[in-house]
Design a protein around this ligand. Sequence first.
Ligand code: 5AD
Ligand code: SF4
Length: 437
Amino acid sequence: MPSVYFQTFGCQMNAADSDAVRALLSGRGFELCGSPADSDLIVVNTCSVREAAERRAKSRIAEFAGGKKARAGQRLWVIGCMAERLGDKLKEEIPGVDLGAGAKQMERSGEAVEAHFPKGGAYVGINANGGCDVSGVERLSPPLFSKAAVTGFVPVMRGCDNYCAYCVVPYVRGNERSVPYEAIESTVKEKVGSGVKEITFLGQNVNSYNHGGIDFPELLSRMAGISGLERIRFTTSHPKDCTERLVGVVASSQKFASHIHLPVQAGSDRILALMNRKYTAESYRSLLDMIRTRLPRADITSDIMVGFPTESDAEFRETLELVRCARFTTAFMFAYSPRAGTAAASMEEGISKAEKMARLSELIALQTGITREIYDKTVGEELEVLVTERQQKRDLAWMGQDAGCKRVLISCEGLAAGTILKVKAVRSSGMTLIAEC
Ligand code: 5AD
Ligand code: SF4
């Protein structure tokens, strides 16, 4: 059987896209392989959001391209945002890449896979180069690619129309388009039927979902009615679309995780306007108040950026002040990275790299302290945890997630992935809660 090795960089949408390609290849008889050197096909799914992400992907792809000589007939595919951004330049930059398929083509990945590995009829193993290894894949039952998962991702919309000044996503993923409701419902039911307990609905801008008159709050309400689906998450919400009605739906059923990821990016109104974020620090704070009133125990998490062009030290301190007030459970924190073609790329930065890094360290130190305090305060509380996987190296230890966004390590006998149970948090490591049954 032919084998495929996956390496996925970037966001959860990329993880979902890799899973979709994996399933398509599985239907063509491919087995998942744990080692790139022993695989017939290597698929690298790439991210373009910051320069460092592209640098990492490029060096990994070059490494894979160099290793191809050792395995006759091995093929190398590059998919996702960097493949979209670089287009044909990718193959010129890294000889050895056989196929580049950009993020905009992901909805058509079925056709791309079909073109290379037609379903039905005889399949000539890609390792053969001259025609051995022929198998009729239709006669083979698709192999199980991964151990049964209890959590799954379902993309409900793709692309973004917001054009934040720093962001390459609208260019590489295209304009917003929503998946028809029926397709979402059947995907969810199929996943639940195969043992999935928790679904995370994905979109670059998930709460602007709208298809055939069904908007995101309506979609979520309908999903809560699906039996066997125990927990529902979604990401990422743009503050401008995070309405009281949406938060009301989240508060209306225990099935919704008490977690909202709400990127703030900055705490200065001048910088927020330059970023084209369409809210102010004050309106963001009012939004947090509204969420906390309706969902008092909610974990709110965020993305925060330092060093946007022309950000002064005083403006950076406004970001720190907002972070102090907001008390995010956790946050992803970044230094601004210019991306060609975006509005910010033509702005004079006016901040040295050293200054950006110093700001980032100060922000990380502040948020890490807040995260630690929030985790420490949870010790002694009862948590409702979905057990997701066994912790490698340790006996009787399982990993799970509470009804918010906190990671929980449980030491308990006789557990199984997919169980939801009430446990007591007995200790905190600052980033993980330790619980006992
Ligand atoms: N530089 C740094 N961070 C960025 N992000 C998006 N574009 C850039 C960039 N050019 C961050 C934002 C976004 C997250 C996914 O990545 O914080 O919310
Ligand atoms: Fe990028 Fe802004 Fe769209 Fe998020 S909302 S993907 S940051 S342009």
